[in-house]
Design a protein around this ligand. Structure first.
Ligand SMILES: Nc1ncnc2c1ncn2[C@@H]1O[C@H](COP(=O)(O)OP(=O)(O)OP(=O)(O)O)[C@@H](O)[C@H]1O
Ligand SMILES: [Mg+2]
Length: 264
């Protein structure tokens, strides 16, 4: 299954992607994390040191040229079979696997700053991104989690055309929910109706149901362990609240209809 995370800036998209990926790996599934944001933060949120991050695809001008401009013309259906393996780095688990479970492999691919690419190659890199996403979904049973850039641009460029589930992340604020509603509407227009809303950092109260927001929602409270951690460390894994986060993620996966094999 392939799930994308979208929403306004700073609402928790990267944290949720990192939490879900780690949960899946600790319960025995292989996961590909795709950082399609410009900030390159998914690796750090998953506990990787800056020096261990994979090189962003966008900087691999050789690949972009070879695959997209193979034979001297624009190839919108490039051969990318080998790219996930070539581009990914393994990411250590953020905690122990479930007892009796063989942990899955967690890998990270960084797409890079597609919008700020400069030199006019953003479209090419974007075509490659789409091809990689499409390929992973079609050819593998593995899980794919895509941490999208803030806002609605990515949806407009159609990079989520091959996703089967969308997590709209929002804070309990009107502006953030409005962006979430816009994301929900655009995704629905693109045919992606399997959506769930995560309201992050909800301390109390009930946020309004806006037209366009996914109907089903789950909430995450402000996490004191994370607030303390983030002063000294970029990782969002291995928190004192992990059990609680895992339960929320399970709920979210059930809602998205994620068919998970029974735990070994
Ligand atoms: N429930 C929470 N409680 C406390 N802190 C949180 C919570 N969720 C996320 N954070 C913190 O909020 C900040 C923003 O989270 P995150 O980077 O995941 O958001 P984002 O939507 O990916 O942001 P961007 O749009 O910049 O990519 C991070 O410092 C993260 O540690
Ligand atoms: Mg982010």
């Amino acid at each position: 299954m392939k799930i994308a995370f979208a929403g306004k800036g700073g609402v928790g998209k990267t944290s949720l992607t990192a939490w879900m990926a780690d949960h899946l790996a600790r319960t025995g599934r292989n996961v590909w994390m795709i950082d399609a944001d410009t900030a390159l933060s998914l690796g750090q949120a998953s506990g990787l040191a800056a020096g261990d991050l994979p090189e962003p695809l966008i900087r691999r001008g050789d690949l972009v040229r070879d695959r997209i401009h193979a034979g001297g013309f624009l190839n919108l259906n490039p051969d990318v079979d080998d790219l996930p393996e070539t581009l990914a780095v393994d990411v250590p688990l953020g905690g122990p696997a479930r007892p009796g479970v063989t942990p899955g492999r967690k890998r990270l691919i960084v797409m890079g700053a597609v919008t700020n690419a400069g030199g006019g190659c953003a479209c090419d890199a974007n075509a490659l991104l789409k091809a990689v996403l499409a390929h992973i979904v079609m050819d593998r049973d593995d899980w794919v989690l895509v941490d999208l850039e803030a806002g609605v641009e990515h949806l407009g460029r159609g990079t989520v055309a091959h996703v089967d589930g969308l997590v709209v992340v929002s804070e309990p604020s009107m502006r953030s929910l409005q962006t979430g509603a816009e994301v929900g509407r655009m995704a629905t227009d693109l045919g992606l109706t399997n959506q769930a809303l995560v309201i992050n950092r909800l301390a109390h109260g009930t946020p309004p149901a806006l037209d366009g927001l996914p109907e089903w929602s789950v909430t995450i409270p402000p996490l004191p362990g994370l607030m303390e951690r983030q002063m000294t460390d970029g990782s969002v894994l291995g928190l004192p609240e992990t059990e609680r986060i895992d339960a929320i993620i399970e709920n979210l996966l059930d809602r998205l209809g994620a068919k998970r094999p029974a735990l070994a």
